[in-house]
Design a protein around this ligand. Sequence first.
Ligand code: SAM
Length: 233
Amino acid sequence: MTHSVSPIGFVRSCFKEKFAIPRQPQLAPAARGVLELVAPFDQGDAVQGLEQVSHVWLLFLFHQALEDKPRLKVRPPRLGGNTSMGVFATRATHRPNGIGQSVVRLDKVEAARLHLSGIDLLDGTPILDIKPYVPYADSVLDARNDMASGAPVLIEVQWSDSALVQAHEHATRLAEPLVALIEQCLAQDPRPAYQKPAPEREYGAKFWDVDVRWHYPKPGLICVLQVIMLMPA
Ligand code: SAM
């Protein structure tokens, strides 16, 4: 049986590339975005009542990880990238049907736009459905996952003086919590676990319309070097 689905909207996200997006929602509360609903869901009727809800489940398409041939085994970054696991034991992006799910905070409801935070979604992500989070049913107190028993260990993030000034300036211009966003995302240590970077090696990622560059002066420490505006393409 095949069944076709089509997006009910698209997310405009702070994350403009996959690198440095947290591996799950809620890990970066300053990660914000707007879900723009498309017709016929953009007139207000479909979201009536949603203002009574603090969090929603989003079902979405990993639109930048779709593959024709389903993978049965994947190597989750969480396990260091070299341990193979059954795809259904993981939250990997490469999966049959390419469907992701995230619980995110619902900050504001408008007829055609839902304002979200704590997201782990790439800009342009197609959303297939929205469901209210139901605490009594969705929060399982005795649940366990021995593969991912706790949130990732955070590493320290420091700033060069100039990068911090730049980040504050762009935060004001964008009216976004950019300093917190950068700190929360980099503290997750986005680099692949197998990489042991030389102190001079620079990494970079795009948040909103800025390019953020950092390095690892020593193990367990990130220093943000630069936060500059991207040139329009
Ligand atoms: N919370 C979701 C889930 O469990 O289904 C996503 C988990 S997945 C491990 C999170 C990663 O998906 C992010 O770090 C980001 O790199 C990637 N990602 C987010 N949106 C995507 C998209 N639209 N297409 C491809 N990859 C995406």
